[in-house]
Design a protein around this ligand. Structure first.
Ligand SMILES: O=C[C@H](O)COP(=O)(O)O
Length: 253
């Protein structure tokens, strides 16, 4: 099964609307279509402007969080339907920063993933161990729990469209990336967890990215691995040059 690799920039809490517009005006004519899927996950405030700027260009827009309810007394939250209304296609769910600073749990990740699919949004579900868990040999146990709980209750059709981002927490924003071989091992393990939860067809279609200090000079090593289908990139997605180099690396793969 040929999977289309997906490169997603996670801007986190960076860029005003004007900065976001300037960024995409600098990159949009260089974006390849077809062989690579490009996604920009921006702050809520910049999403509508980005959808407008990228109309007719081969890139999708993603949010970085979503609530599971459609409406209600949830001050400060944004619903799946609100994102769909402005043309957002993807949403990052369960990023380690949200798990650590905003009390995101496996249960809320699951509720959000189900709600996203129910409204036609595609989740990028993040999983990954912290340094202590890695050093005590608990990586696979932890990642298995996160994956199994995230996909609970999804249909096979939904699971096939899921994107999972394996992001070891100790590699995020630290410059200490996981070796490509280690990332491949965990990602192959995640694919086997998806097979256990669904079947081999779903496992062969689900796309699994690596994330954590991915840069233009190390992305190729990840892309060469058989189970790694692209990257979720923080810091290196913020500048047009490095973002385009990452996209180009995926296109050449
Ligand atoms: O979502 C992206 C990750 O947190 C990776 O961030 P980073 O590329 O800055 O290490």
């Amino acid at each position: 099964m040929q999977r289309t690799p997906i490169i997603a920039g996670n801007w986190k809490m960076h860029k005003t609307i004007q900065e976001a517009r300037d960024f995409v005006r600098a990159v949009r004519s260089f974006l390849p279509g077809g062989k690579v899927e490009t996604v920009i996950c921006a702050p809520f405030t910049a999403l509508a402007a980005l959808v407008e700027e990228l109309h007719n260009y081969p890139a999708a827009i993603g949010a970085q969080n979503v609530h599971w309810e459609e409406s209600g007394a949830y001050t400060g939250e944004i619903s799946p339907g609100m994102l769909v209304e402005i043309g957002v296609k993807y949403v990052i769910i369960g990023h380690s920063e949200r798990r650590e600073y905003f009390a995101e749990t496996d249960e809320t990740v699951n509720r959000k993933a189900k709600a996203a699919f129910a409204h036609g949004l595609l989740p990028i579900v993040c999983v990954g161990e912290n340094l202590e868990q890695r050093e005590s040999g608990k990586t696979k146990e932890l990642v298995r729990d996160q994956v199994i709980r995230a996909v609970e209750g999804l249909s096979s059709e939904q699971a096939k469209q899921l994107v999972i981002a394996y992001e070891p927490v100790w590699a995020i924003g630290t410059g200490k990336s996981s070796s490509a071989e280690d990332a491949q091992e965990v990602i192959a393990f995640i694919r086997s967890m998806v097979e256990d939860a669904f079947d081999s067809q779903v496992a062969s279609q689900v796309r699994i990215q690596y994330g954590g200090s991915v840069k233009p000079d190390n992305i190729m090593a990840y892309l060469e691995q058989p189970d790694i289908d692209g990257a979720l990139v923080g810091g290196a997605s913020l500048a047009p040059d490095s973002f385009l180099q990452l996209v180009e690396a995926v296109r050449r793969q």
